[in-house]
Design a protein around this ligand. Structure first.
Ligand SMILES: *[C@@H]1O[C@H](CO)[C@@H](O)[C@H](O)[C@H]1NC(C)=O
Ligand SMILES: *[C@@H]1O[C@H](CO)[C@@H](O)[C@H](O)[C@H]1NC(C)=O
Ligand SMILES: *[C@@H]1O[C@H](CO)[C@@H](O)[C@H](O)[C@H]1NC(C)=O
Ligand SMILES: *[C@@H]1O[C@H](CO)[C@@H](O)[C@H](O)[C@H]1NC(C)=O
Length: 428
């Protein structure tokens, strides 16, 4: 360890002093990257099939594989449901992992398996189940999975045997969308976090939800409306989004949790991690997908407020939406999407510096911890930097992001490839 570290330090010095002597030629670099890309692609392909085939073998048609016990869990009704309340009886799952794998199968070029999955789902999937599901999770995973697979099944590439696809996935998506609608029937238009697929919102349902829970529905529900011609899905999601946006503070900050019946905030502290994250992502992607300036205006104001009140160097802490004062100084795993979003809007300097620090933390622990104090990250980073004889503050000076670019959009509404790419890229 010691030896390799001091060797590393000398190497850094050597690189700084005489880059010209050892700089490889461009073509060497190109072939190095090409080889690395091939290696990574093959690795990802192997990982995908390892997961997919074991799911199909040990868990399908249940929702998810439990890899250690080779058993399964029906997570659609369990996601976010820590107390495991109101679980459906006599239920064998909704093939959640299969639905979430559909677009990956197409990306991997496995049209035979894609077709087999589409046929199975067409005949066997039903949402007429007595299951209390989390609206947000079901939207991003199931509705999003079905819609993007429908788009991939109907684009000009003809992946399916002629005539075997008759919009079955879109019909399933529409059936699911209809079951979402009762959740939006509140005085504020903000949806309940939970809805029973068969019976609608339950009598004693909690009115508490999160900003991401009611502010990241527009991509899937908007796409469903455009594809079916039924405006109800997009209107419901948009009304909720506008209401949520109207609840921002004078600093353009939002809280983390709120009451859907009163429209009052419950938790005023928020950041870019759990409970808020995809709200920002969806504003930006809704602009790219639907081309409405309105989404960009909301995103732009929200983004600048984040950079102003949550950012400290490369790190993001939480702050009180009313005062902008810092509350929790933590790096959390769900913040990891932020640099990617920043690249999408051209804030490369900020993305670069955060990504680099997050990556150091990842390398240190082998994973980005669920939650870790920024002070600890800072110490780890300082230690590494000191070891490589670079003054600590230097690399943290990153440009202030005051201007971002509107991503390019093609015409107003060009659904097919954009949506599938957006939905595929939507993490969680
Ligand atoms: C679930 O599987 C069990 C065992 O195969 C079966 O008895 C039951 O009828 C299935 N439930 C449904 C809703 O299909
Ligand atoms: C497609 O997926 C199936 C199931 O995992 C697998 O057996 C088959 O080899 C795959 N085909 C290709 C071309 O990768
Ligand atoms: C529907 O599910 C049943 C039970 O798993 C299976 O036998 C049948 O082949 C499925 N339908 C299709 C079209 O795959
Ligand atoms: C990212 O930051 C590193 C270190 O400061 C710098 O060398 C590199 O050029 C930056 N990359 C971009 C794309 O800004």
């Amino acid at each position: 360890m010691l030896l390799s570290r001091s060797y590393g330090a000398w190497l850094v010095l050597f690189l700084l002093i005489s880059p010209a002597f050892i700089a490889p030629s461009m073509s060497q670099l190109d072939s190095h990257w090409a080889a690395k890309k091939r290696y990574m692609r093959e690795k990802v392909r192997k990982m995908f099939y390892h997961a997919y085939e074991n799911y199909m073998k040990h868990a399908f048609p249940h929702d998810e594989l439990k890899p250690l016990t080779k058993s399964f869990t029906d997570s659609l009704s369990e996601l976010g449901n820590l107390k495991l309340q109101h679980l459906p009886r006599n239920y064998n799952g909704s093939a959640l992992t299969l639905i979430e794998s559909l677009s990956s199968l197409v990306i991997m070029g496995n049209n035979t398996e894609f077709e087999r999955a589409v046929t199975w789902l067409s005949e066997n999937l039903t949402f007429n189940i007595d299951a209390r599901i989390n609206l947000f999770e079901c939207n991003i995973r199931v509705l999003g999975g079905l819609i993007s697979a429908h788009i991939l099944a109907t684009d000009s590439t003809n992946r399916l045997v002629q005539g075997c696809y008759k919009n079955q996935l879109l019909n399933l998506a529409e059936d699911l969308g209809r079951r979402f609608l009762p959740a939006f029937d509140t005085p504020t238009g903000l949806p309940y976090a939970w809805v029973n697929l068969k019976y609608g919102v339950m009598e004693d349902e909690t009115p508490e939800t999160s900003t991401s829970g009611c502010g990241s529905l527009i991509l899937e529900m908007g796409a469903l409306s455009r594809l079916t011609g039924d405006p109800r899905y997009e209107s419901a999601a948009l009304r909720a989004l506008r209401k949520l946006w109207s609840m921002r503070s004078s600093l353009n900050l939002l809280g983390t949790t709120l009451d859907v019946t009163t429209g009052e905030w419950i938790e005023y502290s928020s950041g870019i991690g759990a409970g808020v994250d995809s709200f920002y992502e969806y504003l930006c992607k809704a602009y790219i997908l639907f081309g409405k300036e309105d989404y960009w205006r909301m995103f732009h104001s929200a983004y600048l407020a984040v950079q102003k009140y949550f950012r400290h160097g490369p790190w993001y802490h939480e702050a009180d939406m009313r005062t902008g004062k810092a509350t929790y100084w933590q790096l959390t795993s769900l913040q990891a999407f932020w640099p990617g979003l920043q690249v999408l809007v051209g804030d490369i300097g900020a993305a670069n510096s955060s990504h680099r620090e997050f990556f150091y933390v990842w390398k240190k622990f082998g994973v980005i911890p669920e939650r870790i104090s920024v002070g600890i990250c800072w110490t780890i980073r300082c230690y590494i930097l000191l070891k490589s004889i670079i003054p600590c503050g230097r690399s943290w000076r990153s440009p202030h992001s005051t201007s971002i670019k509107q991503p390019k959009i093609h015409g107003t509404y060009k659904l097919a490839n954009q949506l599938s790419i957006l939905l595929i890229c939507t993490p969680k």
